[in-house]
Design a protein around this ligand. Structure first.
Ligand code: SF4
Length: 142
């Protein structure tokens, strides 16, 4: 039997690379750590790319009625824009299903700091010094 697909927002492909054990709640951090461990252990896992709530949002205290309400009522729309930008950068679209290994291969060949800045530029984690653009800090690789 095929393993179930893992739903992943486009911009979370970038977040996953720089996770350092921080997050919005203990449950959120535990879920994220478990997902990273799963992807590392199963690089051929099927990932369904999304521009809406995903396997990471599922444990987030900011997810309300299926929608991100992190920093205001406009949050879901802005996260969706980040998702589509990130997916475009990787040559992918919402709804595509590819292996985690394929996503990482695309990420490695990306090397486009300007594009990543467009996705991550307004993010509190980047502004707070927790992430770096094109740092090569790939923690979630196969
Ligand atoms: S802040 Fe929003 S996009 Fe990020 S994990 Fe939480 S619900 Fe999802």
């Amino acid at each position: 039997m095929l393993a179930p697909e893992i739903a992943l927002r486009g911009h979370h492909v970038l977040c996953l690379q720089q996770f350092k054990g921080l997050g919005y709640s203990p449950e959120f951090v535990a879920n994220l750590a478990e997902l990273i461990s799963r992807l590392r252990g199963q690089p051929d896992a099927a990932v369904r790319l999304a521009d809406s709530a995903d396997a990471i949002c599922a444990a987030c205290p900011h997810l309300v009625d299926g929608s991100c309400q992190d920093d205001g009522t406009d949050a879901e729309r802005r996260r969706g824009e980040q998702d589509r930008l990130a997916l475009g950068m990787l040559g992918l679209r919402p709804g595509d299903v590819v292996s985690w290994r394929e996503i990482i291969a695309r990420l490695r060949s990306m090397g486009n700091a300007a594009a990543q800045q467009a996705v991550c530029g307004e993010c509190r984690w980047l502004r707070g010094g927790h992430c770096q653009i094109n740092s090569g800090d790939r923690r979630c690789t196969p």
